[in-house]
Design a protein around this ligand. Structure first.
Ligand code: PEP
Length: 251
């Protein structure tokens, strides 16, 4: 009942020209994948070029971040209305790199998610534990707190528009993927928190796994009952590799 969603997070990679070249090669490779949602989040600067290159395709544009205010004296920041004007349909908020490198709190993530929904942009809300938190047995508590705080401002009637990405920090960019069973355990817990928070609407929210997803492991991850998609960093930078992920296809 939940439509799979495969999202590329390009982080601080690719110029406008590189984003356009990616789209040219990628779109024919995924033309037949009509039963999944495909999303690409380039750097802000590549959004216009990628929007033009994706025009007429089913691949949707996303941002990697947003500021919660409508406008104002916030040097270096980008407002949700600006993203919507560029055609963004999704935006990633609370990525662990934002939380750890830029000090973002779940309270700020909640304000960003709320602002995005006001502009009809679907938030992809990231949560995940560190290695130290996992090894000290605190994964469940950490995930529950991050979820409750980050989703605190989402109105119940908008819940189905959310995407949650579970990204264990120790698996991001390390080549160390959570096993499908371990990921499913946390996804089931996330599902439980979403049901408590939003009632039946919690069943409609898609939960992505992120952390070293590759063509080789995507199929097994996607076979888990509560894994509804993937948020992909490194393996989304090459058209062939991300296309294989979109098609759940190993090398
Ligand atoms: C990410 O940064 O969201 C991510 C999952 O990265 P990678 O796929 O490279 O681990």
């Amino acid at each position: 009942m939940r439509r799979p969603i495969l999202a590329a997070n390009w982080k601080m990679y690719k110029t406008q020209a590189e984003a356009s070249a990616f789209a040219k090669e990628f779109l024919p490779l995924v033309a037949a994948a009509t039963d999944v949602d495909v999303v690409i989040a380039p750097p802000f600067t590549a959004l216009p070029a990628l929007a033009a290159a994706l025009a007429g395709s089913r691949v949707l544009l996303a941002a990697q971040n947003v500021h919660p205010e409508e406008q104002g004296a916030f040097t270096g920041e980008i407002a949700p209305g600006m993203l919507r004007e560029l055609g963004c349909r999704y935006a990633i908020v609370g990525h662990s790199e934002r939380r750890t490198l830029f000090g973002e709190s779940s309270e700020l993530v909640a304000r960003k998610a709320e602002a995005l929904l006001r502009h009809e942009i679907r938030p992809i809300v990231c949560v995940g534990e560190s290695l130290e938190e996992r090894e000290s047995g605190r994964t469940a508590a950490v995930i529950e707190t991050q979820l409750r705080e980050s989703l605190a401002r989402v109105p119940g009637e908008r819940a189905a528009e959310l995407v949650v990405a579970y990204e264990p920090i120790w698996a991001i960019g390390t080549g160390r993927t959570a096993t499908p069973a371990l990921a499913q355990d946390v996804h089931a817990q996330v599902r439980g928190v979403l049901r408590e928070r939003f009632g039946a609407a919690g069943d409609a929210i898609r939960i992505q796994y992120g952390g070293s997803v590759k063509p080789d492991n995507v199929r097994e991850l996607m076979a888990q009952p509560d894994i509804d998609g993937a948020l992909v960093g490194g393996a989304s930078l090459e058209p062939e590799s991300f296309a294989r992920i979109v098609r759940f296809e190993a090398r």
